[in-house]
Design a protein around this ligand. Sequence first.
Ligand SMILES: [Zn+2]
Length: 821
Amino acid sequence: MKFLLSLLIFSISLTINAQDLKSPSEFLGYELGTQFTRHHRVVDYYEYLAKTESTRVQLENYGETNEGRPLFLAYISSSENIKNLDNIQQEHLKNTEGQGNPTTAIVWMSYNVHGNESVSTEASMKTVYELLTNKSEYLKNTVVIIDPCMNPDGRERYVNWYYQFKNSPNTVDPNSKEHHEPWLNGRANHYMFDLNRDWAWLTQAESQQRIKLYNKWLPHVHVDFHEQGVDNPYYFAPAAEPFHEVITDFQREFQTTVGKNHAKYFDANGWFYFTKEVFDLLYPSYGDTYPTYNGSIGMTYEQGGSGRAGLAVTTSLGDTLTLKDRVLHHHTTGLSTLEIASQNALQLNQEFKKFYQPKNYKYKSYVLNGNPDKLTALTKLLEQHEIEYGWATGKTAKGLNYSTGKNSPIKTSKNTLVIGTDQKKSTLVKVLFEPSTKLSDSLTYDITAWSLPYAYGLEAVASETKVNASLDANKTASPVPENSNINKETYAFIAEWNSFSDAQFLAELLNNNIKIRHAKKPFGLDGKQYERGSLIITKADNKSNPDFLSTLSAVATKHAKKLKATLTGFVDDGKDFGSDSVQPLKQVKVALLSGKPTSTLNFGEIWHFFEQQLQYPVTILDTDYFKNINLSEYDILILPDGNNYTKFFSTRRMDELKDWINDGGKLIALGGALKALSKEDKFKLKPKETDKDSIALVPIYDHNERDQIRNEITGAIFKTKVDHTHPLAYGYADSYFSLKLGGAAYNYLDKGTVVYLDSESTTPAAGFAGSEAQDKIGETLVFGVEEYGNGQLIYFVDNPLFRGFWENGKLFFANALFMVD
Ligand SMILES: [Zn+2]
């Protein structure tokens, strides 16, 4: 009786609490969906929930954005579950080891990864409130993890812009400025990276910080909330083909189970929706595929809206789409997902356990050799994904060779990296490492090849038998060397030039005003051979710098660089250090063009490359005021990919540019910028003539979101030839695997064709390329340098900095900055 009474009092107090709990509208002081909520107010509401409902809501901060905004998760469940959250988590993770007997469903819902798809964060608040009040029964057996805003910088950019240009009251006329975002729109993060392409590559601060918590939970269900074009009806699971072959029958079926439940609500309300179209499950770096390859039911939901929609907008059908509608739809699918997860909690747990049982994938081990810096860069990525790796214990490994596409053995040593598929993350390993991905449909939303041995420029085989390896957690491919030889007696120090890590080392030396030369010819010294590009740091060049030795020592240690000290500049063979063939490297002053017509994504990739990867200063020049700039202040101007550069280059501007190059300026051009330059008679770059119209490697859907990413879709890996005697290719071997994103084709240059496809190498090593596109790219330039007066034009037909993950392309870009002269 006493127990019953206290239970009664307890439940009354719960009811009162629930009634007292302020809805988002009550808390914010306006009806949800009538305004956009600033990020700090979103944080306030979640903090209010955590304080008021402390037994059922917990917040966890997981980091900060580039612009200093907080990133956090909210855990929502019953008081009982929140009290036992650690146990629930441990029991759940035991399932990945084939142990444990968990019964709780774990559902993770991610909102607003694209900043201008701004309804998501609003909807998250409504969904949490509903869960804590009318739908709390779901919480009995479900832990809900909500990321209210994955991309606060992008969202705030959009919301801030919108309020600057919103009509008062807002207008539904789609022509009004409030419906036309500027060049720098809110979709991407601070560095213009699309965070929904970054789950596997983890190049961005937001992704790097999030993945730590994601791996601590590995939810049963992950939903990524998006928006698409204003005129599109709602999209939800099941996804479109192609599905990656690793996706299990249960993962497919459950997508349909979820979709049918959503349909029930949408049908009852008379709302339009579509499924099984457009959004496929292949490219591994999305918020639906990445979770799927980690055992989750990963899904993308798309509301019609995005940055175009504002608070309300007239659609092409003449309907008015309001933010309130958009909130309601995302709210409905969110709750419906939780309903289904709660109803199927046991099955989700059982199937999740099955997903993590040993898989009998064809390839048992991936075996990689190569430059220690590249191996280290790869192992850092593996660690972030909690993928286990080891070091070979045998002498050879045989299997499919990535370079030749044939079965052939490679030699192994204790520095050979081995990644097995007999581990927890076997599915993710297969997806990221297999030589080529099986395509059930070549029409896909994104690139069709990404295999990491190609991206990192490593020699590799995929072995059908397990290759023995030792799991030495303390071993690294590039240990910090001693460099005890840095002392006053030395004439010069030599460092090799083989990897992007070497370029980071150089950049930091230059930033510290250390004077450096580089060898333009190979040379031998003290029985060791050095290749072109090797860095030579002499005492004589730095005699006026009192901190020379201590700075050099500190920077070498930081970058784990082994310096060879020599007491003489007299080489055994090749050119002595005083020769014309040993040239100083300049502390170049670099300008990067931004604004229309440059591509925000490619601009961002280059910006991020300088600041977060190379760590070398760059000045950003906007096209708006470019005409006022005295270009002679800069050694290098970079033109990112972009559409319609022709307008930017008026005759007068082209003449100014030619004068600047003629006087010694270095122009680096990527993608679409090449098109405009190829129209200038004086430049030698010319498009390859073809009798067919321009061909995209993969047909493009007539779809708004696809239109936005037209420059990034498609993508296949080609084996190109390299003239590594050219400064643009110092540090490379005679072939390079390039990720080709489109069918742009330029003829060889008379001189300066450095990386190229010949007529035989037009079949991709991995990924899809149509037969006509293959014809077109035969005998074309990939990267090249045109000498013009005292300066150069450096052409990047392919993008070596694509999404920041093509590790082996980055040294080309560094060579363009420092080595080409
Ligand atoms: Zn989106």
